[in-house]
Design a binder for this molecule. Sequence first.
Ligand SMILES: CC(C)(COP(=O)(O)OP(=O)(O)OC[C@H]1O[C@@H](n2cnc3c(N)ncnc32)[C@H](O)[C@@H]1OP(=O)(O)O)[C@@H](O)C(=O)NCCC(=O)NCCSC(=O)c1cc(O)c2ccccc2c1O
Length: 140
Amino acid sequence: MGSFSSDIQVRFRDIDAMGHVNNAVYATYVEQARTEYFAEVLEEGLDAVPSVLASLELSYERPVLLEESVTVEITVPEMGRSSLPMKYEVLADGERAATAKSVQVFLDPETETPFPIPERFRERIAEFEGLEDAAGGQAH
Ligand SMILES: CC(C)(COP(=O)(O)OP(=O)(O)OC[C@H]1O[C@@H](n2cnc3c(N)ncnc32)[C@H](O)[C@@H]1OP(=O)(O)O)[C@@H](O)C(=O)NCCC(=O)NCCSC(=O)c1cc(O)c2ccccc2c1O
C-alpha cells in the first residue's frame, strides 16, 4: 500500500477562541495534502487534472494546538469509474486527531461532466497504492 504524507504548518490564524485549530480549517489541511498527492502521484499540475470535489466528511477525535506538528496521511482504497475516493488521517505530534474521507470526480474538460479517470492516472495511482485496479482498461 502506498504511503503519502504531507506536513502542515499550523498558523496562528487557524486557532479559534478555544485555543485549538478550528473545525473548518481541517478541510484546508486535507485539501493541501490532496493537491500535493495529485502533484506527486499523478505527476501533473492541477490544471491537467480536470476534476471536482464531490464530497468531504470529517471526524474530529482530539483538538490540535498551535505548537503541534501536523501531518496528513492519504490512502486511496479503490477507484470508481470517474470517482476517486480518498481517506485521510490528520496526525498531531504523531497522534491521530481527525480522519476524513473525500470523493473527487473526474470531468470531461469540454463538457465539465463526469468522465472516466484517465488511464495514465489510474495506472499511477494503482502502482503507488498497490491496488489491483478492477476498473482499469475501461477508462479513456
Ligand atoms: C460531482 C458532480 C460532477 C457529480 O455530477 P453528477 O451528479 O452528474 O454525477 P453522476 O451521478 O453521473 O456520478 C458520476 C460519479 O460521481 C460520483 N458522485 C456523484 N456525486 C457524488 C457525491 N456527492 N459523493 C460522492 N460521489 C459522487 C458517482 O458515484 C459516480 O462515480 P463513478 O465512479 O461510478 O463514475 C456534480 O455533482 C458537481 O459538479 N458537483 C459540484 C462540485 C463542486 O462544486 N465542488 C466544489 C468545488 S471543486 C473543489 O473544491 C476542488 C478541490 C480540490 O481539492 C481539487 C483538487 C484537485 C483538482 C480540483 C480540485 C477542486 O476542483
